[in-house]
Design a protein around this ligand. Structure first.
Ligand SMILES: NC(=O)c1ccc[n+]([C@@H]2O[C@H](COP(=O)([O-])OP(=O)(O)OC[C@H]3O[C@@H](n4cnc5c(N)ncnc54)[C@H](OP(=O)(O)O)[C@@H]3O)[C@@H](O)[C@H]2O)c1
Length: 383
């Protein structure tokens, strides 16, 4: 169980909700089937952050009504001056303000990290308000705490809680789900992540400092402390080729352990982005296209083994922060469409993983036609 450490730097006078009152007539549950012409209402907490802005843009692009939430009204105003989003400020330690800010909202996406400091308070508020909750945590301990603390309450409330639907976490869970499709059990699943650079946001740096919880892997089918692993190498498809790797498990361990039977799961990240991250002078990401994406390239390869059989699933794309937006918004769409089982779930467990990845095909390099019946996704052409 993690500790909730509220942080609020906003003077009380600035913590007013600008537009909550006009939405109070709406019931969140009935609003999940809006009448024709009425748009779904989706909130983003930490909306003014780097990732939050991508998520807001993706929700607007898909036609939703967006409530931009955060702890600092001035920062929200500055971030969304020109757009049609509603602004609602609420601090995590003020449960009444959180409750008011969630009125009329159907789904909330938490983009405020470290999630060890934000997720539990926000899930508790979401369950009280009967609002579906998603976050983009890479932190294992945060995801694990949500499963442990809220599984029963979420099922009882008929609400879906999806932790870690981001590049680190949910993406590997989806790829591993597809790679092991049809197998009762995998002997081993290895996840290799290659980045050509990592320009970290302040949130990433804060999270790295905050997240000192020892990491876990899957060994003998169970979550177990990560041992000391020496340097390794991985041969990726072009353009990455041979890479030096370090073992760095993220929240995907917790997600995969929820629903896939795999005796061993390990995650490796190439050392170059880790060098960027440990260098205090590495700058934050810089937009290099109209959508705000940086030039960063990623490639993720999942290798699943059962006896002598090995499957490889490979997917590549651009900008791990920007890519997290369509990844998590796809889950929002699927929740709003109905049919998913309430409770705390991993994204690969809650939805049809192959169909989910196919829906995202325009956002990363992966040809949906190569998604074979056996679950394999073959190496994509470079884009
Ligand atoms: N799993 C993944 O692949 C993935 C992908 C993207 C991001 N992330 C994670 O998402 C988090 C945010 O990243 P980012 O790039 O968006 O960082 P960012 O640009 O620095 O934004 C951080 C956001 O979180 C808010 N925040 C932080 N602590 C808070 C607290 N205690 N209460 C309320 N709000 C709080 C900040 O609010 P203020 O502006 O008021 O400080 C800001 O809106 C990080 O933990 C990062 O690791 C994960």
């Amino acid at each position: 169980m993690t500790r909730y450490r509220p942080v609020c730097r906003v003077p009380a006078t600035q913590r007013t909700d600008r537009s909550v009152s006009s939405r109070q007539e709406e019931n969140p549950l009935t609003a999940s089937n809006p009448s024709p012409g009425k748009r779904h209402v989706v909130a983003v907490f930490g909306a003014n952050g780097h990732t939050g802005r991508f998520v807001v843009a993706e929700l607007l692009r898909r036609g939703h009504r967006v409530v931009a939430m955060g702890r600092d009204f001035a920062r929200l105003s500055a971030a969304f001056e020109q757009t049609e989003v509603e602004l609602r400020a609420a601090c995590l330690e003020d449960s009444d303000a959180l409750g008011r800010a969630l009125v009329g909202v159907e789904v909330i996406v938490n983009c405020a990290g470290p999630f060890l400091d934000t997720a539990e308070a926000l899930v508790a508020a979401a369950l009280r308000a009967r609002v579906h909750y998603l976050d983009v945590s890479a932190e294992q301990a945060s995801a694990q705490a949500l499963f442990e603390r809220f599984s029963v309450a979420a099922e009882d409330a008929g609400i879906l809680v999806l932790p870690a639907v981001g590049f680190y976490g949910g993406f590997a869970d989806l790829l591993a789900t597809v790679a092991t499709a049809g197998w009762a059990e995998a002997d081993a699943v290895s996840i290799g992540i290659a980045l050509d650079a990592w320009w970290p946001t302040p949130g990433t740096r804060n999270t790295g400092r905050r997240n000192t919880v020892p990491r876990v892997v899957i060994e003998a089918g169970k979550l177990a402390p990560k041992g000391a692993a020496g340097p390794s190498e991985w041969h990726f498809p072009a353009p990455f080729g041979r890479q030096e790797m370090a073992e760095v498990p993220f929240s995907e361990m917790v997600l995969i352990h929820r629903h896939l039977r795999a005796m061993q799961v390990r995650t490796w990240l190439n050392t170059r982005p880790l060098d960027d991250l440990s260098n205090p002078s590495t700058p934050p990401p810089v937009a290099t296209d109209a959508s705000g994406r940086s030039a960063q390239r990623f490639l993720v390869e999942v290798r699943a083994r059962r006896g002598a059989e090995e499957r490889r699933v490979t997917a590549s794309g651009r900008d791990i922060y920007a890519f997290t937006a369509p990844l998590v918004v796809e889950a929002v769409e699927r929740i709003l469409a109905g049919g998913a089982h309430a409770g705390v779930r991993s994204v690969g467990e809650a939805f049809d993983a192959a169909d989910y990845l196919r829906s995202l095909a325009s956002h990363f390099d992966f040809d949906p036609s190569t998604l074979a019946a056996d679950g394999a996704i073959r190496a994509p052409a470079a884009r």
